[in-house]
Design a protein around this ligand. Structure first.
Ligand SMILES: Cc1cc2nc3c(=O)[nH]c(=O)nc-3n(C[C@H](O)[C@H](O)[C@H](O)COP(=O)(O)O)c2cc1C
Ligand code: SF4
Length: 1481
């Protein structure tokens, strides 16, 4: 079965080649066709060697090298767009006489649709197969065959293979891409191929090849010169000659082979074929490719017209062409595909014309009239209507289908395929400039990466013409308004004058232009002279935004590309140059430094230059595009969009590549706007925040140093001297002595000095290393600890005692901070460590990778390290210690046995009477020492030498202020390699009780995210705002701006009560208001009272001389043992997941719908640790009912019981859920009751239906409207396709109600008046916020932040969940579950921020790309789920869940939810309490 031309071409190639190159591109995969063929066909009983090459990896370079080295019969399968960039290689292949046959399917290309008038900026386009590539290579020395259907393509492919080898000439064999439905293709290659090529042919070709030296291209048949023809006449063809085959030889060979083909198949062709009447007056000439429509129409309607079909186009044989042409002919019409109307003469027309003047083949009769007839489109659909007029026309040039409309582009908008790499920028251009946008060269990927016709140089000429045309129009307007003799109304004269004055300003030009157009239309009848001309050209009033788009090639070669033209033109033209080279695959060659284009352009002075990256900063791109448009002169925008050379590149990869490039300064973000200089402002703006900081610090240091040196010449000398001595100190002996002396200095400690090295990704390994240091000090040993990567392996030779604590990361890998060390050590065969004694303690988890064959990964690093040190000759102090998370006390179990042995081996006696680990909570001590949460935060903020808060305690204390220190984990390794500190930044969480914010607050958040953070806003699972990427120097400003908006960050994190959540939908208006007010009051009641927050962040200084006297009436100086979370639910909606929190209130209503009070729930919580069964998620118990008046006091006392009884020694066991499970729920109730002055009542009935949000419009009892938008994973950001952030900003500017954050990370535009609804709706549509046609699964999915900022993340979450859900969606839709809600949640670690353990399906990160899958949670959050399978990868997840979803669709009971079904079906056991969560049997 043949389903495309490439199938047929591949069959033929496979049957008759020795090597095949399959050139894959995003849109075409010939390699897949080849794979399907297997090794069925061979020419010399050997399967061809198949090489797969990527279209963007210079494939013909490889083809040329291989063909020239191996001298074998080579075929290439590709689409025609690869030909153009291959031209230099094609010349070379031809000159080497390699038997290479390039089988190409014509590539579909953009084609403008022509409806007569396309002056309005961007035109609509469609796609048609283009013959342009073929024509472009017609002079490379390749013979060219073209075919009109798939059978012919197949036949000619066999002929091309044979002709190539028998004439030692390379061929291109081209076929149209599409297969006609009725094409029945006979694939008889097994019979035909051996008849066309023999082994002898191959041997003779190889002989000829051996004799080839580089021959001059002039001897090829580019065009038969008289000399070449003479040579051809005298040089008899021979089997082994170094001379290229003559055109005649090639023509004859093809003809001969076609005869052979006919003998074996009955299918007849001639290289140049005439069909039609014997004595026609009119003959049409066409390449075979594209001739079908023509042929059919002629046969049906014009029996008197002849047709010459050219199968063999190169070499062009004038003699044979003239021989084929009947002598009676009076008119020759040359039909050719020519999309561009401005090409002077078309190639085939020139060939045909020249033939009549050939010396070689004189035409005997009168030279006929030759007409160039061009068609648009593929030619297949040329009709009688198209042909009729052209056949009768006398014009020398015709366009025969002027109103041709290309079929609409088949890619769907908002689906960005891998190929459409330029799409984000193009979408932005379209959004920003709308109707004014004019992209002169093609706007699809093909155009940017492909043909020269669409290249920027090509567009440049047209643009200059357009700019000049508008300038002429302006001149006309100017003259007209000055022409006092012209009868023109004052109003119109004014409008035209104003337009003329403001024609470069897009807005004013439009305003005055529109005025003028209106007036011109009113006076339409009486317009004469220049006014009529102005009216006719009224489209020129609009100021177009002219853009050219160039790609990588432009970026490299400034001199030869059109960049230079544009820069020096001074014309108002904008150039967008895309750079797609991924950072990790960057070219190290400095000559290829693309970013220097920017420098080059800036040197010109009057050019706007910007360097942007859409996945780094959307708003910066936006600003750059707008400024470029406004700048009156040339603008260059260098745009980064890495395109890794792999199939199905994930958006995360593109994002990471961009971040690396921007952060490391490889792709700095900046804008150079010379017009600012004129205004006295700085024209250069560096937009890369982090680089700005690094640069600033660097300059400051440099400055500082040079000042010192200038002022103190002595210091300069000392400095030089000290550098010298530093060099000397590198001498190993000196270094050793220095170390020994240092050790002695450390207080004359008696025992041997100990170096403790750790490798740890989390905190376990590092924690043990710290404990060793303390232990050593207690034993009078001097000890220091560092990460393994912070020492070199040579340091081991200088140490007497080295202790390693190394945990296991990834899949049996070393942690990030130990990898370099291990790389060096494992590669070493000799190291002077015979005097070194060592010990290794490993941390791992024997069940992390549960499959049997993965047992090797258990504690692998520690095992490998121990073995390697022994191999190098070091002496173990004790046996390898293996900490295992599966042991009763996790790694502590093995540690307890190992540590005493270690001290003993170091000669230390057991300590008597000394308490090793102070049995006081370290965290409590830290809180007490902090002076009510002050610590040294204020001092740390002033330290400009680092982006972090250095003091560990400060990083914990800032959490109480709503701030988390984080570092960008995408950048960790790269920055480490470059010797830079981690990319530190801060996450700031804003407390929003009940999730309600005013439009003014929304606008403030929006702007704060741009000014001080990473430009996006995160709506959290607990109804808070989060800013990410806040740099230390912006931190204070960030907090101050938040406070200015009347929100704050106090107690948004830390061991205190956090943001109080509340059902956000106010449609039950009265009840809702009461409940929400309660949430707000309770939140205020439980706030910490320390003044540290205001002092540190808001600069509210204490009165001079006054000592700090803070008091925390509720918390005391040690605050709570752990975080404390409160929610308020309003049935029937459990969107807040009331059972997943420490304390919950369920609103109970009276019969009339008013608030009766609350059921109180206690002891819920999600967090746990993988492998540690002592930790588990737990659902809250409903313990009582209280009235609204009692609710605050009840809440306070619940919190205080936890304050007094919560575990303060073990943070993993410190939540209220453990306090309750340890002491019993009855104890808890009694303890609570004993603190209350009133009696709690029995809980009252209620009913929850689900825990999801209500999307779309709802109307409240008070007739106000509320719209809930779907915000994917709560991330409010702009993308070119969905500018949500901009949209919400615009809505906030006019909205008079509130913005309500939902517990599922979505957003309600609440309290919209009926009169405003239509306006809001239209804005929702405009900014794509109205999209709700997702599947129920997508609408009910939720993910935590995880990578890159969360330090606990083990796997992706927010950035990954949507793509995983979309993989399941096809099944969901197929089985009819599109609108069924299934709750799916994902977190990057077991901490559970997105409340995964109550989801029906949950994915919890285990390691990069691996997730534990949990099933069976209750649909409305009433039941925990259970572990189904561990560490599944994406394909495994899909393979597991797909059949399960199908089964659910077929077997579910009426109204049965997925979580209930998997339990009933026996797929998973129900979890009935937190304690049995891990119980799998
Ligand atoms: C992402 C990840 C991957 C892990 N892979 C392994 C592994 O392959 N083999 C193993 O024995 N332990 C593995 N573990 C378990 C850790 O080594 C163990 O939990 C250790 O205590 C972590 O120490 P740290 O906090 O110092 O990094 C892995 C843990 C994580 C978080
Ligand atoms: S669940 Fe884990 S990975 Fe996700 S945000 Fe919370 S702590 Fe980070």
């Amino acid at each position: 079965m043949v389903s495309s031309s490439v199938d047929a071409l591949a069959q033929a190639a496979f049957a008759s080649s020795e090597s095949i190159f399959a050139v894959d591109s995003p849109s075409s995969h010939p390699s897949q066709t080849i794979e399907r063929l297997g090794d069925k066909y061979t020419i010399s009983n050997q399967s061809p060697a198949v090489t797969i090459v990527q279209a963007n990896a210079d494939p013909f370079h490889k083809v040329q090298e291989s063909a020239s080295a191996k001298k074998d019969l080579t075929s290439v399968l590709a689409t025609s767009d690869v030909l153009l960039p291959a031209i230099p290689h094609l010349f070379k292949i031809a000159s080497q006489r390699s038997a290479v046959v390039v089988h190409v399917e014509t590539k579909e290309r953009e084609s403008e649709n022509h409806h007569g008038n396309n002056s309005k900026g961007a035109t609509k386009s469609g796609v048609v197969p283009s013959h342009a590539d073929l024509m472009a290579v017609r002079q490379t020395g390749f013979a060219i065959l073209t075919s009109d259907n798939t059978q012919t393509a197949f036949d000619l492919a066999l002929v091309a293979q044979a002709a190539a080898v028998q004439t030692s000439t390379p061929f291109v064999n081209a076929a149209n891409a599409s297969v006609t439905k009725n094409d029945k293709v006979v694939l008889d290659h097994q019979k035909v191929a051996p008849a066309l090529i023999s082994e002898l042919d191959l041997a003779q070709h190889k002989e000829r090849q051996a004799a080839v030296s580089e021959i001059s291209l002039s001897t090829l048949y580019l065009k038969p010169t008289p000399a070449a023809s003479a040579d051809a006449a005298t040089d008899a063809p021979s089997t082994a000659t170094a001379t290229a085959a003559t055109p005649e030889e090639i023509y004859n060979k093809v003809e001969e082979l076609l005869v052979t083909l006919q003998k074996h198949t009955g299918r007849a062709y001639r290289p140049i074929e005439y069909q039609g009447p014997a004595n026609p007056k009119t003959v049409v000439v066409s390449l075979a490719i594209g001739s079908t429509g023509l042929e059919n129409t002629l046969q049906a309607h014009h029996a008197d017209v002849g047709l010459i079909k050219i199968y063999l186009y190169r070499p062009w044989s004038e003699r044979h062409f003239l021989e084929a042409l009947p002598a009676s002919v009076e008119r020759v019409l040359v039909y050719e595909q020519a999309p561009a109307s401005h090409t002077a003469w078309t190639p085939l027309f020139l060939d045909v014309s020249a033939s009549f003047h050939s010396a070689e083949a004189a035409w005997e009769g009168t030279i006929p009239k030759i007409v160039s007839a061009r068609y648009r489109g593929s030619g297949a659909d040329l009709s009688q209507a198209d042909l009729k007029d052209s056949l009768a026309s006398d014009k020398p040039q015709l366009i025969i289908n002027p109103s041709y409309v290309a079929p609409a582009h088949h890619s769907t908008a908002s689906v960005v395929s891998e190929a459409d790499v330029d799409t984000p920028y193009l979408q932005m251009l379209t959004q920003v400039f709308a109707d004014r946008l004019n992209i002169e060269n093609g706007i699809k990927t093909d155009s940017v990466w492909g043909a020269s016709q669409q290249s920027p140089e090509f567009g440049y000429g047209t643009l200059v013409t357009k700019v000049a045309a508008r300038a002429r129009f302006a001149e006309l307007v100017s003259k007209t308004v000055q022409d006092s003799s012209l009868k023109i109304s004052e109003q119109l004269r004014k409008a035209l004058t104003q337009w003329h004055l403001n024609r470069s300003d897009s807005k004013l030009a439009k305003r005055h232009g529109d005025e003028a157009i209106l007036l011109l239309q009113e006076a339409k009848e009486s317009l004469v002279g220049s006014l009529a001309e102005i009216s006719a050209q009224s489209s020129q009033f609009v100021k177009p935004s002219h853009w050219l788009i160039g790609a990588d090639a432009w970026a490299y070669d400034i001199a030869n590309s059109g960049v230079h033209h544009v820069i020096s033109s001074n014309a108002d033209i904008n150039l967008l140059i895309l750079d797609t080279e991924p950072y990790t695959a960057r070219t190290q060659n400095p000559e290829n430094r693309k970013k220097d284009i920017g420098l080059y352009a800036m040197n010109y002075g009057s050019v706007f230059v910007a360097s942007v990256a859409v996945y780094s900063s959307y708003s910066q791109v936006l600003h750059a595009l707008i400024e470029a448009d406004q700048f009156q002169g040339p603008s260059i925008v260098l745009a980064y969009l890495p395109r890794p050379d792999e199939e199905n590149v994930s958006p995360i990869t593109v994002l990471k590549e961009t971040k690396l490039a921007v952060d490391t300064g490889y792709w700095p973000l900046y804008r150079w706007n010379p017009s600012l200089d004129e205004k006295g402002e700085e024209p250069f703006r560096l937009d890369s925040e982090r680089i700005k900081l690094d640069l600033q610090q660097f300059l400051e240091r440099e400055n500082h140093l040079s000042l010192i040196l200038q002022q103190n010449p002595d210091v300069a000398r000392t400095l030089t001297h000290s550098i010298e001595s530093e060099a000397k100190a590198r001498d190993a002996a000196l270094k050793k002595k220095a170390k020994d002396d240092f050790a002695k200095l450390m207080g004359g400690l008696g025992g041997p000095p100990v170096l403790i090295l750790f490798g740890s990704d989390g905190s376990n390994g590092e924690g043990l290393a710290k404990r060793l240091v303390k232990g050593a000090k207690l034993r009078n040993l001097s000890a220091r600890y560092v990460a393994m990567d912070d020492v070199s392996i040579e340091d081991l030779t200088l140490e007497k005692h080295v202790i390693f604590v190394v945990s296991t990361a990834g899949q049996g890998e070393f942690p990030v901070n130990a990898r370099e060390f291990w790389k060096a050590l494992s590669a070493t065969t000799e190291l002077g460590v015979s005097d070194t004694k060592f010990a290794v303690f490993g941390l791992g988890d024997s069940h992390y990778w549960p499959r049997e064959e993965d047992a090797i990964f258990y504690n692998r690093p520690s095992k490998e390290l121990h073995a390697k040190l022994v191999e190098l000759g070091a002496t173990p102090l004790v046996d390898l210690g293996l900490g295992n998370d599966q042991d009763a006390d996790a790694y502590e179990t093995a540690w307890a046995a190992w540590e005493p042995q270690l001290w003993e081996s170091l000669g230390c006696k057991p300590l008597e009477g000394v308490v090793e680990e102070p049995k006081k909570s370290a965290d409590d001590a830290m809180k007490i020492d902090s002076n009510y949460l002050r610590g040294t935060i204020a001092e740390g903020l002033l330290d400009e030498t680092t982006g972090q808060l250095r003091a560990e305690a400060d990083t914990k204390l800032t959490k109480f202020h709503g701030i988390y220190q984080q570092d960008d984990r995408d950048l960790r390794e790269e920055r480490k390699k470059q010797g830079l500190e981690k990319a530190f930044s801060f996450m700031v969480r804003v407390r929003v009780p009940g999730g309600v914010a005013t439009p003014a607050q929304w606008l403030a958040m929006d702007s704060i995210s741009d000014v001080t953070a990473n430009g996006t806003l995160k709506l959290t699972t607990r109804q808070a705002f989060q800013f990410h990427g806040v740099l230390k120097r912006n931190l204070k400003k960030n907090i101050q701006l938040i406070n200015k908006s009347l929100l704050d960050t106090i107690a948004a994190c830390g061991d205190v009560n956090r943001n109080i959540m509340c059902n956000p939908n106010p449609h039950q208006s009265d009840l809702h208001k009461q409940v929400n007010d309660f949430a707000t009051d309770l939140s205020a009641h439980l706030l910490p009272k320390t003044s540290a927050y205001r002092e540190i962040w808001l600069d509210q200084k204490l009165v001079k001389g006054e000592a700090v006297v803070d008091h925390e009436p509720l918390y005391g100086p040690t605050y709570l043992p752990r975080k404390f979370k409160i929610v308020v639910a309003v049935p029937p909606n459990n969107d807040v997941d009331v059972f997943a929190h420490d304390l919950g209130y369920i609103a109970i209503t009276n019969k009339d719908g008013s608030l009766a009070g609350f059921n109180v729930t206690v002891g819920g919580g999600m967090g746990m640790t993988h492998g540690n069964k002592k930790t588990y998620p737990r659902l809250a118990d409903i313990i009582a009912f209280c009235t609204p008046e009692q609710a605050i006091e009840t809440g306070e006392k619940v919190m205080l019981v936890q304050r007094d009884f919560g575990d303060r020694m073990n943070r993993k066991h410190a939540r209220l859920k453990y306090t309750i499970d340890d002491r019993g729920i009855e104890w808890f109730k009694a303890e609570l009751q004993s603190r209350l002055p009133f009696q709690l009542q029995e809980p009252r009935p209620f009913k929850f239906l689900d825990n999801a949000d209500r999307y779309g419009w709802t109307q409240g009892q008070d007739k106000m409207w509320h719209y809930c938008c779907y915000i994917e994973n709560g991330r409010v950001k702009d993308t070119p396709a969905e500018p949500h952030k901009t949209g919400l900003r615009e809505i906030a500017k006019i909205h008079q109600g509130e913005f309500r954050l939902t517990p599922n990370q979505h957003l309600i535009i609440a309290n919209v008046k009926a009169s405003e609804k239509a306006k809001i709706q239209s804005m929702l549509e405009q900014y794509k916020l109205d999209k709700l046609n997702y599947t129920g699964a997508m609408l009910n999915s939720m993910a935590c932040v995880a990578f890159p900022t969360c330090s606990l993340a083990m796997a992706e979450s927010e950035r990954y969940l949507p793509s995983l859900v979309s993989l399941l969606e096809s099944t969901i839709e197929e089985v009819g579950l599109r609108d069924d809600a299934i709750t799916i949640r994902m977190t990057g670690c077991p901490n559970g921020c997105a409340r995964p353990y109550v989801a029906e399906i949950a994915f919890v990160g285990k390691a990069f790309g691996a997730y534990n899958v949990y099933l069976g949670g209750g649909h409305h959050g009433e039941r925990l789920n259970k572990l189904y399978k561990e560490s599944l990868t994406e394909p495994e997840i899909v393979a597991e869940l797909t059949p399960m979803i199908r089964r659910y669709a077929h077997e579910r009971l009426e109204g049965e939810h997925f979580g209930d079904f998997v339990i009933r079906a026996g797929i998973i056991k129900a979890t009935l309490s937190g304690k049995t969560f891990h119980d799998l049997s």
